[in-house]
Design a protein around this ligand. Structure first.
Ligand SMILES: NC(=O)c1ccc[n+]([C@@H]2O[C@H](COP(=O)([O-])OP(=O)(O)OC[C@H]3O[C@@H](n4cnc5c(N)ncnc54)[C@H](O)[C@@H]3O)[C@@H](O)[C@H]2O)c1
Length: 320
């Protein structure tokens, strides 16, 4: 039987890049996306793609598609990327993260009850750790107290997927991403700054005091790391922090980089007094990536380099 991989959220920023990277490894790629944030045009060059424009929480409809596809293909891998990626909106309305993050994870598993995939690869986040201050966070750091509904529903999804695979032969790989940057950007700090500057280059308002510090990774590097790791998984369940080799970049340095590209010498940058941009924002975190390195990943990756490259890429995206 022909081999397929399913990518949920595949029309989004990371998903569309992932689909392009996987296209040669499978006879068929299947994407489920309701296009609430993603765009089908991001996937226009992919030949072996079956696109399902549907809400993943809509179990009956999704099950009908999966059952039909499983008569033709062995769906070996499921990459689960659907989520609400707008943290403040989920803080304002908890239903958003419940539906788009947790209930989608739940519906996805239910659809694979008859024929489970060999691997489920879940796009999780540093948000599951909550605010750990200056601690160097490794995969065993605990207790996990998320401070946003986004982080809470990611953690709940991790737990649900872990319990679900127990009755199957599937393996679960959880990747806890840092901040991922690149194109096609659909959200994020660089995207916000550039959109504001393109509208009005006289001033840039930053949420928070600019001293929030986080690690950043280019999407291409993230995908290379995930593809590298998923081939070398031995355990039934695995979790990896994915990040660059450094401690990260200040938001004020991202603001400066955005102004260098989209502002001019007169642009003023305004900050707030708060140490965080919004309720649920973790102002700083540092990843311990030794597990990733011990698994054989040796390329050194830099947050500031990622920011500089992505700012240029996103500026071109927004200008075109
Ligand atoms: N970008 C980052 O910095 C980052 C960091 C940590 C984790 N992540 C995780 O990685 C994954 C991909 O993130 P992204 O940056 O590409 O975000 P994105 O918003 O661009 O992609 C998510 C995709 O899911 C789709 N979607 C949302 N709700 C849906 C639903 N109910 N049914 C069907 N489709 C739905 C959207 O249309 C979008 O195309 C997400 O799970 C996100 O939480 C991203």
């Amino acid at each position: 039987m022909k081999k397929a991989a399913l990518i949920t959220g595949g029309a989004g920023f990371i998903g569309s890049n992932l689909i392009k990277a996987l296209t040669k490894s499978f006879d068929q790629l299947i994407c489920i996306d309701n296009l609430s944030r993603g765009k089908k045009e991001y996937l226009k060059e992919v030949q072996n793609l079956h696109f399902i424009n549907e809400d993943l929480s809509n179990y009956n409809e999704i099950k009908r598609h999966i059952d039909q596809l499983q008569t033709q293909f062995e769906i070996d891998e499921v990459w689960h990327l659907v989520a609400n990626s707008d943290i403040p909106s989920g803080v304002a309305n908890a239903e958003i993260d419940l539906k788009d993050t947790f209930l989608c994870s739940h519906a996805l598993c239910k659809c694979f009850e008859k024929i489970p995939p060999k691997k489920i690869i879940f796009a999780s986040s540093s948000a599951v750790y909550g605010d750990m201050g200056d601690a160097l966070i490794d995969e065993k750091s605990a207790p996990l107290f998320p401070i946003s509904n986004y982080g809470a529903m990611k953690l709940a999804s991790e737990a649900y997927l872990s319990a679900w695979i127990e009755k199957t032969k599937s393996k679960l790989i959880i990747f806890r991403f840092p901040n991922v940057v690149g194109t096609p950007a659909t959200h994020g700090v660089i995207y916000d700054f550039l959109r504001r500057l393109i509208k009005d280059k006289r001033s840039l308002q930053v949420l928070g005091n600019g001293f929030q510090m986080k690690p950043y990774l280019l999407c291409d590097d993230l995908i290379q790391i995930m593809i590298f790791l998923k081939s070398n998984i031995k355990n039934k369940r695995e979790v990896f922090n994915i990040g660059p080799s450094d401690a990260g970049v200040f938001v004020k340095d991202i603001a400066k980089t955005a102004c260098e590209i989209a502002g001019d010498s007169e642009t003023t940058i305004n900050y707030e007094d708060n140490d965080r941009g919004w309720i649920g924002d973790v102002p700083k975190f540092k990843y311990d990536i030794r597990k990733l390195q011990q698994a054989g990943w040796s390329k050194e990756l830099s947050s500031i380099k990622a920011i500089k490259i992505a700012t240029k890429q996103i500026f071109n995206q927004l200008k075109n």
